[in-house]
Design a protein around this ligand. Structure first.
Ligand SMILES: NC(=O)c1ccc[n+]([C@@H]2O[C@H](COP(=O)([O-])OP(=O)(O)OC[C@H]3O[C@@H](n4cnc5c(N)ncnc54)[C@H](OP(=O)(O)O)[C@@H]3O)[C@@H](O)[C@H]2O)c1
Length: 327
């Protein structure tokens, strides 16, 4: 079968399309024919060696998949050949999804409802599961809350806007004014602030009409923590899902009244495999009936993985980038 793997860590040029042996499922795994995958920043961190796959190199990357079960191990009870499935959180502790086939633990596979396109499921898996787990499970988002979604035009961001709206929140997004802000509005953001603002906290405060924010969805914590704290309503929660650099907090932060009850929380989907399937099943229902939709910016073939990684990590991508092994 064809798979994109790397023999050493590095930039996109280490991603090589090769003919490799089709994997055989272990007793608790299923062999899945991959109809679509998608690219996520974590795939690039693993490729660069910032996070290392315990099984060593060569390694096939890729976290998300949607496809059809081809074969199952002896202990698998929930699936049989022919079943439609989707999954996220693969490609670190198990082989990845930049391939025509992969093996995945039964415990990480969710049934994919009829009517959901494979491309949408692969694009939506990590995006919606991350948004759901961050805002609802970790952020305790409630009806009537104000949610702040940073990076609201990105892969997880535009999914988070939809999850927050579905939970009954007033949603403020951050995105570049123009196409990106329009996309955030299209997916439900009630207000959008340009993250390049000279006074982000002031603009965010104004966007909430001075009420403040109850839950912050934060993929860039090193950039916005001060602004988040400034704009937080009393008892607010900041859920950090990513940061590129060390996070600094000003001295004296615990002395101000509204920040006194602030919660700084962290969330990693990859580190929470037990939560993935229950959330994915609810995401699948909502993709099937149209309550959730996913924006696909571009579709690449397996031979175009280096370009897909480059595109993902550049500015201006709207929504998700999908990989189609048949392309
Ligand atoms: N903890 C978890 O389980 C988990 C799961 C999934 C993702 N993540 C993390 O979440 C982050 C985003 O992932 P993704 O898949 O959405 O990536 P993505 O599709 O590349 O989106 C990133 C978004 O952030 C925006 N952005 C860039 N600089 C910004 C700033 N200063 N303020 C606000 N927004 C800014 C980008 O806008 P422009 O296009 O204008 O640059 C883009 O819309 C990554 O760091 C990823 O590792 C964490």
């Amino acid at each position: 079968m064809r798979a994109v793997q790397y023999h050493e860590h590095g930039d996109e040029s280490v991603l090589t399309l090769e003919d490799v042996e089709q994997p055989t499922p272990a007793p608790d795994q299923a062999l899945v024919r991959i109809e679509a995958a998608s690219v996520n920043p974590i795939d690039t961190y693993i490729r660069e060696g910032n996070v290392s796959p315990p099984s060593g190199l060569p390694h096939v990357g890729g976290s998300d998949l949607a496809g059809v079960v081809e074969a199952v191990g002896d202990e698998v009870t929930r699936f049989e050949p022919g079943d439609r499935v989707f999954a996220t959180g693969l490609g670190l502790f198990s082989p990845g999804t930049y391939a025509e086939y992969t093996v995945a633990p039964e415990s990480q596979l969710a049934s994919l409802p009829e009517g959901v396109e494979f491309r949408d499921a692969a694009a939506g898996a990590m995006a919606f599961a991350t948004a759901w787990r961050a805002l609802v499970t970790r952020g305790d988002l409630e009806l009537g809350d104000v949610a702040l979604v940073h990076g609201a035009s990105g892969g997880v961001g535009h999914a988070a806007v939809q999850v927050a709206k579905a939970a009954g929140a007033f949603v403020v997004g951050t995105a570049r004014e123009g196409e990106a802000a329009d996309l955030a509005r299209e997916y439900g953001a009630d207000a959008v602030v340009d993250y390049r603002s000279d006074d982000l906290a002031d603009d965010l405060e104004a966007a909430t009409n001075g009420r403040g924010v109850d839950v912050v969805f934060e993929p860039h914590a090193d950039l916005h923590l001060a602004a988040n704290l400034d704009v937080l309503a009393r008892g607010g929660r900041i859920v950090v899902i990513g940061e590129e650099n060390p996070i600094e907090i000003d001295a004296g932060v615990s002395m101000t009244a509204k920040q006194a009850d602030a919660d700084l929380r962290f969330m990693s989907l990859m580190a929470s495999p037990d939560d993935q399937v229950p959330i994915l099943e609810r995401v699948g229902e909502r993709l099937a009936d149209g309550r959730f939709t996913i924006e696909i910016d571009e579709v690449f073939g397996l031979d175009e993985l280096p370009a897909a990684h480059r595109e993902l990590m550049s500015s201006g991508t709207l929504g998700k980038i999908v990989i189609d092994p048949s392309k």
